[in-house]
Design a protein around this ligand. Structure first.
Ligand SMILES: Nc1nc2c(ncn2[C@@H]2O[C@H](COP(=O)(O)OP(=O)(O)OP(=O)(O)O)[C@@H](O)[C@H]2O)c(=O)[nH]1
Ligand SMILES: [Mg+2]
Length: 279
């Protein structure tokens, strides 16, 4: 029987098939809920519990208080177009008191998956984690979460949804432009067309991007209809996080490309070297 460890061992020598990422955002924007979905995509937790189990909130104190206190590292294997890919993920806490954990996580990864709540938009801690990532020379990609609330609570039309997304993306890009290392100010801007922006509902287990919408001929009207009809099971089936994960995470590759065939044992050393080369 092939175990997860065997699968990881097979991939570990091929950096092009590995992404090391940290999830960071304002408190409560859904980082741990999204982590669950990626874990379910790898078969590590049950599909039915994804978004509710909050597996990365492993400490009883975290479950009790409903917030992340400790960063949690998880490794998982996803399949993308017949190839296996390894995702090493760190779910970081959003509470401002634990900001040190976020910086430490950024020092160990290649990219930051930054979440923004579709209803609240860019909040102070969103800006802080983006600045922290850019200071550590980490490329951010964006996930606009809680789109179900945008539909159910705010009852936005497709046009209004697009406007709201555009406003959030513009705010994020301003922060990137103002804080990215000089050579990446343009290159690292997030863009709906290249898949560096995705959106969905971690709680309702679906995620989509504009390239994926084009490929599957989906419109915002369809998404609104499924949500209004409480037919989110259909959204989950067609737009499962696992389907999107690699096209979206493969936007992160800056340091990966510099890293040669090293195993995990050299991971820290190589990151330090890559960072120094970048200075
Ligand atoms: N409606 C809706 N609720 C969501 C969504 N994602 C997360 N939530 C809810 O938002 C709350 C916070 O979710 P978490 O995943 O714990 O948020 P977090 O960003 O990990 O929080 P901290 O780690 O404490 O900063 C929970 O009640 C989730 O169920 C979503 O897509 N839609
Ligand atoms: Mg959390």
């Amino acid at each position: 029987m092939t175990t997860m460890i065997d699968e990881i061992r097979d991939i570990i020598d091929n950096p092009d098939h590995i992404r090391n990422i940290a999830i960071a955002a304002h408190i409560d924007h859904g980082k741990s809920t999204l982590s669950d979905n990626l874990l379910a995509g790898a078969g590590l937790i049950s599909e039915d519990l994804a978004g509710k189990q909050l597996a990365t909130d492993f400490d009883p104190q975290e479950q009790e208080r409903g917030i992340t206190i400790f960063s949690a590292n998880v490794s998982m294997v996803h399949e993308h177009e017949d190839k296996k890919v390894l995702i090493n993920l760190i779910d970081t806490p959003g509470h401002v008191d634990f900001g040190g954990d976020v910086t430490r996580a950024f020092r160990a990864v290649d990219g930051a998956l930054v979440l923004a709540c579709a209803v609240d938009g860019v909040m102070p801690q969103t800006e802080t984690v983006l600045r922290q990532a850019l200071k550590e020379r980490i490329k951010p990609i964006l996930f606009i979460n809680k789109v179900d609330r945008m539909i159910k609570e705010l009852q936005l039309t497709p046009e209004q949804m697009m406007e709201k997304f555009t406003a959030i993306i513009a705010e994020v890009n301003k922060i990137i432009k103002d804080n990215a290392p000089a050579e990446f100010k343009e290159k690292w801007l997030v863009n709906v067309n290249d898949g560096s922006v995705a959106f969905g509902s971690a709680f309702k287990n679906w995620a989509i991007s504009i390239p994926y919408m084009k490929k599957t001929e989906t419109t915002f009207k369809d998404i609104i209809k499924y949500t209004e009809d409480d037919n989110e099971a259909e959204l989950k089936k067609t737009y499962h996080f696992q389907k999107l994960s690699w096209t979206w995470l493969s936007n992160i590759s800056q340091i990966q490309k510099k890293r040669k065939n090293t195993g995990l044992k050299d991971f820290g050393k190589e990151i330090m070297k890559a960072n120094q080369e970048n200075l």
